[in-house]
Design a protein around this ligand. Sequence first.
Ligand SMILES: NC(=O)C1=CN([C@@H]2O[C@H](COP(=O)(O)OP(=O)(O)OC[C@H]3O[C@@H](n4cnc5c(N)ncnc54)[C@H](O)[C@@H]3O)[C@@H](O)[C@H]2O)C=CC1
Ligand SMILES: CC(C)c1ccc(C(=O)O)c(O)c1O
Length: 245
Amino acid sequence: MKSKKMVLVTAGSRGIGAAIVRVLSKHYNIVFTYRTNKEQAELLAKSLTNNNTFCVCYPCDVTKTSEVKSFCEMLLDKHGTPYALINNAGISVNNLQINMTIAEWQTVIETNLNATFYFNHYLLNPMIIDGDGCIINISSISGLRGNIGQTSYSASKAAQIGMTKSLAKEVAMFNVRVNSIAPGLVETEMTAELPKKVLDQLIKSTPLRKIGQPDDVAKMVEYLLGEGGNFITGQTMVIDGGLSI
Ligand SMILES: NC(=O)C1=CN([C@@H]2O[C@H](COP(=O)(O)OP(=O)(O)OC[C@H]3O[C@@H](n4cnc5c(N)ncnc54)[C@H](O)[C@@H]3O)[C@@H](O)[C@H]2O)C=CC1
Ligand SMILES: CC(C)c1ccc(C(=O)O)c(O)c1O
């Protein structure tokens, strides 16, 4: 069990995060965080733990620097340095900028952008020392092409992509690879909140005429962490059924 590499996934209890946890648990030991849904998180962790793999979960509000710091210290102490960090936690608050409150703006930037920095901040040094690591930031095509009602979300996701490119250049010499994934529309609780009319329009605008599944994103994470990703860094892998073409 100890010989397997360990991967940390933020917000792994549901949606895209849970798919990443499930797919990666075939190859790696997994630690994932959750915000509030303890029962769901623990059920998932238990279902993936067996003689060959461990999967454990811990609560962590990614916007709180003190929680991220103590979580990361516990992680390094108890489970060692992760081979990979998947910055998946995210939130979308859709509102036209003229109506957007300062609190709405700040929550989205805190959760999607600042939290990515917090986890990198606490884990990068040990990953550099290990000399073999990957960071994957779950961005969005909204960060590549913008979207009405998503100025905060687009800004946070575009910034994640910029951070990915700069960090990739900073740490490549230590064999740490940093990439982003930019999904299009994916069927999760986040997009279930969209009005049906908006959802239908997005699917109609998607050349493959369907909504993506969390596994579609998880399989790209699996690829990037595996041998296929050996020579890939600083990139943004778009998984969107052609929506951004
Ligand atoms: N569903 C979609 O169409 C797309 C999703 N994404 C991104 O994929 C990632 C995962 O989203 P989904 O699985 O779709 O949605 P989701 O809403 O199911 O998952 C988001 C997760 O982030 C967690 N989270 C939010 N705020 C948090 C906080 N302060 N502390 C800790 N955890 C927090 C939630 O608890 C939840 O587990 C997000 O970064 C999202 O922006 C990107 C493009 C498209
Ligand atoms: C622009 C992409 C497809 C998109 C659209 C809507 C939401 C949402 O309301 O949550 C997203 O998270 C997206 O990434």
